[in-house]
Write a protein that binds this ligand. Structure first.
Ligand code: ADP
Ligand code: MG
Length: 489
């Protein structure tokens, strides 16, 4: 698609994101919510909707939903009720879904996204609580469908944005940010592969400058951030092409085919679904007191964007470093744990975002599983800052030893393995003389005024000493020696 054509139109995107809350039990009964159990094993009579069973609201789920709203700057609805959304589906045993209808627990709010073209606050519409349905699998048997009701009744929040995004990239960032927040505040694992976070993308286009919304299509059940991006890109292009050909866009529900990154229609949207909502008579309305909401606010951890700002302001870290440290809660927590032991903020950040991040990625662990203690790291950094140990030796030779033993110390490892930097002049001079003798031409050039060559000699000494030479000292001695040589000529 040519950019000129895309430049003529503006895409409008609104997302509905379902997030499974990580409560131990379901929204209205004590059945386990754990993922991956044998099909149909977490199904008490309540989940199975046997006649006469009654729901009981899970307090933790309410707490999680309120926390999410607070983290996103939403208004918290103090008066809540649940409603029955009536429809028939094989994996919905009750014949209705219990959901919030006119009183979503959180209203408004924003999510900050950063794209190549800058930072934007994406407006949210609301967040409501509801229960998940069971899971139908159509591809096990050719002529029948398997229904697993373990998931039925799992607590969800549905996060509905305003139609306020305009590129696939923005939508992608929005989902990433929501995933980060729910993980950060500990209300969901945000795991898209396991279906803990699922997204429906509503897409429309309009001529640039128009204010009315165009006819939208809704792509259902996108289960990875990549697919969200691809589906939206495809939809925008499809709609632009159709409009250019003079074809009318129909309001449709569509599905994404990840094999070729296209979408296809599954149904034309019925004019208005009539779910015959009515207040759930078996659940009392829920009033949230001011005190309750305030107490949850106090429990919230510092949020990533606030921490990021703090790291930039208080520790003079770059925006990039601060972002890296706040990429995951576990990383920020680790950084915070090192702070009481060291004031070398930039060095701590470099270790975390460099060798330690590399190690955790490689071993597929999080920073909370990292065996390196904050003290061990702080001590290693101190040795480097004091000029006793070189960073690359520390990260390549000392760190692996430290990671094997919580009680090991950098100084002991570096001493026993003879890795400490030396500022012993006799030793240094051996390497310095060797470097000078090796490059007589460069020495000449240096003495004729090309002082920048000092780095070359220093580098050579570093190589010869295998990183053990104290380079500060080396530079001083080198400068003296080279000056002497010039004078002796
Ligand atoms: P429904 O529940 O029927 O899907 P809603 O009106 O609640 O419909 O909208 C659902 C989502 O679709 C919201 O995120 C909203 O921002 C988005 N949306 C609504 N109209 C449009 C449109 N014309 N273009 C893009 N997104 C839209
Ligand atoms: Mg919808």
């Amino acid at each position: 698609m040519s950019n000129i054509l895309l430049g003529k139109y503006e895409a409008v995107i609104g997302l509905e994101i379902h997030v499974q809350l990580s409560t131990k039990s379901k929204l209205f009964c004590g059945d386990s919510t754990s993922f991956g159990a044998e099909p149909n094993t977490h199904i008490s009579p309540i989940t199975l909707a046997h006649p006469g069973t009654l729901p009981k609201l899970n307090k933790k789920a309410v707490e999680y939903a309120v926390k999410l709203g607070l983290a996103c700057g939403c208004e918290i609805e103090r008066f809540n009720y649940f409603a029955r959304k009536n429809y028939f589906y094989p994996d919905l045993p009750k014949g209705w879904q219990t959901t919030q209808h006119t009183t979503p627990i959180c209203v408004g709010g924003t999510i900050t996204v950063k794209t190549e073209i800058g930072t934007r606050e994406i407006q949210m519409h609301h967040i409501h609580m509801e229960e998940d349905a069971g899971k139908s699998t159509h591809d096990i048997y050719e002529d029948s469908t398997c229904v697993d009701l373990n998931r039925a009744g799992t607590p969800l929040v549905e996060i509905v944005s305003e139609p306020d995004m305009h590129t696939a990239d923005e939508a992608w960032q929005y989902v990433n940010e929501i995933r980060k927040i729910v993980r950060w505040i500990g209300i969901s694992d945000g795991n898209m592969e396991e279906g803990s976070l699922r997204c429906d993308a509503n897409v429309s286009i309009r001529l640039k400058g128009d204010t009315e919304l165009g006819t939208r299509c809704e792509v259902k059940n996108l289960n990875s951030t990549r697919n969200i991006k691809k589906a939206i890109e495809f939809e925008i292009e499809r709609m632009v092409k159709m409009t250019e050909k003079g074809e009318k866009i129909l309001q449709q529900t569509r599905s994404f085919n990840a094999d070729n990154d296209t979408t296809f229609a599954i149904r034309d949207k019925e004019e208005a679904n009539d779910y015959r909502y009515f207040p759930e008579p078996d659940l009392a309305p829920l009033h949230l007191s001011e005190q309750y909401v305030q107490s949850l606010k106090k429990e919230l951890p510092a949020l990533p964007k606030d921490l990021q700002q703090k790291y930039q302001d208080e520790f003079s870290l770059s925006q990039y470093d601060a972002e890296q440290l706040c990429a995951e809660k576990e990383i920020a927590d680790y950084f915070e744990k090192v702070l009481p032991h060291s004031k070398h903020y930039k060095a701590i950040s470099n270790w975390i975002t460099g060798p330690l991040k590399h190690f955790t990625n490689e071993h597929k662990i999080t920073f909370s599983d990292l065996s390196l203690t904050p003290q061990q790291l702080a001590e290693t950094i101190a040795l480097i800052e004091d000029g006793k140990l070189n960073f690359s030796i520390a990260s390549s030779q000392v760190l692996p030893e430290l990671l094997k033993d919580k009680n090991a110390s950098a100084i002991t490892i570096a001493t026993t393995r003879n890795l400490l930097q030396t500022s012993n002049s006799n030793e240094l001079e051996k390497w310095i003389d060797a470097a000078i003798t090796k490059m007589p031409d460069k020495v000449n050039e240096y003495n004729k005024g090309k002082k920048g060559l000092i780095g070359l000699f220093v580098g050579e000494v570093k190589k010869l000493s295998k990183g053990k030479a104290d380079l500060q000292k080396v530079t001083e001695i080198l400068q003296e020696k080279l000056a002497q040589q010039a004078n002796n000529r």
